[in-house]
Design a protein around this ligand. Structure first.
Ligand code: NIG
Ligand code: FE
Length: 411
């Protein structure tokens, strides 16, 4: 028993335990342990309870005592990012403010294609530094797990370069980085063939290698005008599924059809959904696909938020991601974005927190985190307050005073 450590006391522990995996959640449903603590064994939660009781049960265990009132939550999980990139798209941002649309900029050879050229030219060392700097900033903001996509290489070699760098970054960073292959982001302008031929080529050259080299277990595609069409996406995703990949889709960002594809192929999540209408919302609610919304992209593009309230009321599982990328979502602060979405879409504290903890774990098919409960990873974020409602009220400006990753104090 002597490898147990205790941490606490926490003015409130918001465990996120026992919440429904789909649909609305009210704050009354939150399990709140007052003067709570954690007993940790190796990297996992051994027990959650009252700090005093845990101290008594494990009298000889080492103890980290919190020095001020702290509210604890499970470490945040960002289910959608593109933090492996080089360069800046401040030029895009300026053009958008001046009135050009995201799709117009892309059609003129800017947008994603600009970052592709910069990533192809970047040395792996520089890509690595960029990921680690962004992961460090996530950690300080309480994010202990983050998904990371490729998708700015768009040749087999440069997609592999991105995913190899993410794999290395995962070893160097305290944040768990979950890699996703987004070779199907757009058809690169220098590919000799149409979008169907490009997808065929990438599936053929990449899928087996990704599995063999354990570079990614997830495949994503951007279904949109100027990216990929629904029909070709279905064949590509079905092929990925046959090769053992979990699926996710960038869908319904400007036009609908992506969410329909996600449901048809049995994707784990469909992400964006700013353009989803009642028909798409109802279909998603009936499905097992997690609806991941990305308020950072709405803020970056100056467009409406995804209909988060309607998605929840219809019965969807709603996760919230930052979409951190150099183009549409350069801010990268999940808590700021989730708080603003919550205020605008009238989400309860419980719904917003679920979106960045237990429900974002579901969006990544991770069953060992997102909740403070026995046997889950001891990933925790603490805030200097005695009332959990202060956290979203301050819209991300109340910063964590404690971050634990796998039982270790990392911040
Ligand atoms: O999720 N929508 C497509 N892809 C990314 C943006 C990538 C970029 O603009 O560089 C997104 O918003
Ligand atoms: Fe994205």
């Amino acid at each position: 028993m002597n490898d147990i450590r205790i941490i606490g006391p926490f003015a409130q522990m918001i465990t996120m335990n026992g919440l429904p995996s789909k649909g609305p959640v009210s704050d009354d449903e939150l399990e709140i342990i007052h003067r709570g603590g954690l007993a940790i064994k190796h990297d996992r939660v051994f027990k959650v309870g009252k700090f005093r009781d845990l101290r008594k049960e494990h009298a000889s265990a080492p103890c980290i005592e919190t020095e001020q009132d702290t509210v604890a939550l499970p470490g945040f999980i960002d289910p959608h990012t593109h933090i492996c990139y080089a360069g800046s798209r401040a030029n895009d941002y300026a053009m958008r403010i001046a009135g050009k649309s995201y799709l117009e900029i892309a059609q003129d050879g800017g947008g994603i294609w600009q970052t592709v050229r910069q990533v192809r030219a970047a040395r792996p060392k520089n890509l690595l530094e960029g990921i680690l700097t962004r992961a460090e900033s996530m950690l300080r903001n309480g994010v202990t797990t983050s998904e990371v996509k490729s998708g700015y290489g768009l040749t087999p070699e440069s997609e592999l370069k991105m995913l190899e760098t993410v794999k290395l970054a995962n070893k160097c960073s305290a944040v768990d980085l979950v890699p996703t292959c987004l070779a199907a982001h757009i058809t690169p302008k220098d590919f000799d063939g149409d979008s169907g031929a490009y997808l065929e080529f990438m599936a053929q050259t990449l899928f087996t290698r990704l599995k063999a080299e354990k570079l990614s277990n997830r495949v994503d595609i951007f279904i949109e005008e100027g990216a990929f069409k629904a029909a070709e996406a279905i064949s590509y995703l079905q092929r990925a599924k046959e090769n053992g990949f979990e699926l996710t889709v960038h869908g319904d960002q400007f036009t609908t059809s992506g969410s329909r594809v996600a449901i048809e192929v049995g994707a784990v999540s469909v992400d964006h959904l700013e353009a989803s209408k009642p028909q798409e919302i109802e279909a998603l609610a009936r499905s097992r696909v997690t609806a991941t919304v990305l308020p950072g992209a709405s803020l970056g593009l100056g467009m409406q938020f995804a209909p988060a309230r309607k998605l929840l009321d219809a019965g969807c599982a709603l996760a919230i991601g930052s979409d951190w990328n150099p183009g549409s979502a350069p801010m990268g602060d999940l808590l700021v974005q989730a708080s603003i979405l919550g205020a605008s879409e009238k989400l309860s504290n419980a719904e917003t927190f679920a979106g960045i903890t237990c429900r974002s774990a579901k969006a990544l098919n991770l069953v060992d985190r997102g909740t403070l409960a026995e046997n889950y990873l001891a990933d925790l974020v603490g805030f200097p307050t005695n009332d959990y409602r202060e956290i979203l009220y301050h819209q991300g400006m109340l910063k964590p005073n404690l971050v634990l990753k796998k039982g270790n104090k990392v911040y």
